[in-house]
Design a protein around this ligand. Structure first.
Ligand code: FES
Length: 144
């Protein structure tokens, strides 16, 4: 049986076979596009990190950060808490806080974001969603 006959018997055209991988890539690309919603946690963010718990203890040190609930929370070198969406707005890779530059860095393609979420350099072109923080005792609330 020839390839075309085999595919016809399965009800698949040659074009479906040729384009199927691109359709999959396209759908992945659109979900990871520079739409601004990429990597952004659900519309409402409101959670509290107990900094007395070992799991959250990193945030007791200036210059450190951690990711929780789709948000990267950092404690700057001056002891200020900042929180932004943890996924890069370019293609959704997870960001890291760089205390040396006081920026959120994407290791995938090199985008950097300021502590206010603005794009410092691309390829990302959309700012990060920024969340509010409030420290009460050892409880750090992160909310929108
Ligand atoms: S995914 Fe972050 S720069 Fe491309």
């Amino acid at each position: 049986m020839k390839r075309n006959e085999f595919l016809t018997a399965l009800g698949i055209s040659a074009s479906t076979v040729v384009f199927a991988p691109y359709l999959v890539s396209c759908s992945k690309g659109s979900s990871l596009s520079d739409s601004g919603s990429n990597g952004t946690p659900s519309a409402t963010v409101d959670f509290t990190l107990d900094l007395s718990m070992p799991a959250n203890s990193a945030l007791n040190t200036n210059g450190s950060s951690m990711i929780s609930n789709g948000v990267i929370v950092a404690k700057t070198s001056t002891g200020m808490y900042i929180a932004v969406a943890s996924k890069c707005t370019h293609q959704g890779y997870t960001l890291a806080y760089d205390n040396g530059t006081s920026e959120f860095h994407c290791a995938s393609h090199g985008s950097n974001f300021s502590t206010t979420g603005l794009v410092v350099n691309g390829p990302a072109s959309t700012a990060l969603k920024v969340y509010k923080t409030q420290l009460t005792g050892t409880n750090l609330r992160v909310y929108s």
